[in-house]
Design a protein around this ligand. Sequence first.
Ligand code: FAD
Length: 518
Amino acid sequence: MTTAGRGRDGRWRILETIEYDVVIVGGGTAGSVIASRLSADPGIEVCLIEGGPSDVGDQRILHLRNWLGLLESEFDYDYPIVPQPRGNSYLRHARARVLGGCSSHNTMISFLPPPDDFADWVNAGAAGWSYEEMVPLFKRLAVNIVPVAPKDRNPLTEDFVAACHRALGVPVVENFNAAPFADGTGFFPVGYYPETGVRSSASVAYLHPHLDRPNLTVLTEHWAYHLDPSTGVSVKNGRNVKRIKARHEYVLSAGAVDTPRLLLLSGIGPAKDLEQLGIKPQHDLPGVGANLLDHPESLILWEASRPIPPMSAMDSDAGLFVRRDPSADRPDLMFHLYQIPFTVNTERLGYDVPEHGFGMTPNVPRPRSVGRLTLADAGPATKPLLDFRYFTDPGGYDERTIVDGLRLAREVAATEPFASWIAREIAPGPALRSDQELSAYGRAAHHTVYHPAGTCRMGRADDEMAVVDPELRLKNVPNVRIADASVFPTMPSVNPMVTVLMVGERAADLISAELNRE
Ligand SMILES: Cc1cc2nc3c(=O)[nH]c(=O)nc-3n(C[C@H](O)[C@H](O)[C@H](O)COP(=O)(O)OP(=O)(O)OC[C@H]3O[C@@H](n4cnc5c(N)ncnc54)[C@H](O)[C@@H]3O)c2cc1C
C-alpha cells in the first residue's frame, strides 16, 4: 500500500508503497470468494480493496427482505442508462456499494445454470468451463442455498405454483438445483438462513468467518481509479490517495460495470475511443465494454381480491420456467412472481397503484440484444454510459419473448387456485391484446433484474473481441486477471449470482495453482 500527502505545491504525493502477493479490486460477490479462498493459505498475503463500507453487523444489509430498501440508497451506485430507442430509458441499474457487492443487496435467488449454458461458453472459446467442470465448483460453494423454507411460503405463491402446473402442464419442482430442468414451476432456491432471515451473501459466507486472518487485509471505503500493473492500483479513501502494489498479480472483481470502467480509465480498451476521450492508450483491447448483456423483464400487474398474508423470504419467492421450443433442453421464457406491487414503471405510464397487488414478470433468459459500455469523459468520478440496446435484436426475438410471456401470464391468471386472488388486471389492462399493443406496453414498462454481464468477455486467444483468456488473464497485459460477471461470454438462462460465485472459485484455483508452482 502507498500512502500520500500534500507537497508544498498543494499536490498529492505518494509517500509509501506497501505490497501484497495478490491485490483484488472489488470486495463483491466474486472478490469475496477469491479473497477468502486465497487467504486460507497463510503464506499468501491478500489485499481486498472495496469501494463501499463493511456489512458486518448492519441489519439493513444483512436482513434479506430489506433488499428493496437498498435501491437508490447510500449502498447503491445507482447507474442511469442512455436513452433506449426500443426500451425503457428511465430504468436505473442498481450496483451495490458495500462489502459482498450485489450479493449484499440482491434477492439471493441461487440457480445452477443448465448444461447447455456452459456448452455455449465452451463454444464461445471458454475451454475448461463445461457443465461437468463447473458442477464441482457449485458443490463446494459456501453460500447456504436452500429452497424457500415452509414457514416463508405464502398461500398466494403456493396457489400460483399450483396454477402454473395446471394451466401449462409444467412440473412442480421442489429443488431446482437437484437436476437440470427444461421447464417447471416452484419456490426458488435462495441463499439465506431461514431461522434468522439473514442473507448468506458472499461476504457473510466467505469473509465474515475469516476477517481476523493476519494475511488478509480488507480495505473498505477505498475506491480504485487507476491501474498500472507495473506500479500498482491507485485508490482514494476520502481525501487520502494511496497506491497498492501486487507482487504476484491483480484481480479485477469490480463487477460488469466497474471493471471495464477501471480498465478504460487506465488506458486499457479500444485505443481510438480512448484517444478521443484524451486518455493515453496503454493496451489496445477493442472488446472492453462491448458485449453488454442483461435480462430484461416486463410486468403484468394485478390488484388483489384480498390482502396478501405477510410470510415471505424476499417478496419474489417463486417462479415459472417455460420452454417454447420443445426440442430444447432448457427454458426460453422465465417469470418471477412478485408478491408485492412493483409499480415503479407502470405508475410512470399512468396505471393505478393498488393497495394490495402482485405481478408476474416475463423475462428473456437468453436475450439476443447486445449493448455497450463506454466512458462519457476521462474523469474517474463520471458515471459510465450504459447502452443496453434493449429489444434491438434484428429478428425481434427479445420482444417476441415478452409478448408470449404476457399472454402466458394471462393463462395462469385465469386458472384456479390463483384466479380467485385477482380482482382485476391493472397493467397492461385487458383492452391491450394484439402483438403490437403488448409489445409496446411490454417494452415501455420493462425493467431489469439487475444482471449486467459480459463487458470483458472470455474467449480464445485469437478472438479479437475477447478481453480475457479461459484462465481469466487479461490479454496482452501481464499479472492481471478479471473475475466477475464481466467475463461471461453469454448470459446464463437463470439468475447469474451462482455463476459469479463459481467464477470466483475458479479464479482462486487458477491463482493458487500458479502461486504453488512458483
Ligand atoms: C437488486 C439486485 C437484485 C439481484 N437479484 C439477484 C438474484 O436474486 N439472484 C441472482 O443470481 N442475481 C441477482 N442479482 C445479480 C447478482 O447479484 C450479480 O450479477 C452479481 O452479484 C455480480 O457479482 P460481481 O462480483 O460481478 O459484482 P459485485 O457483486 O457488484 O461486486 C463488485 C464490487 O466491487 C466494488 N467496486 C466497484 N468498483 C470499485 C472500484 N473502482 N474500487 C473498489 N471497489 C469497487 C463494489 O462496491 C462491489 O462490492 C441482483 C442484483 C441486484 C443489484
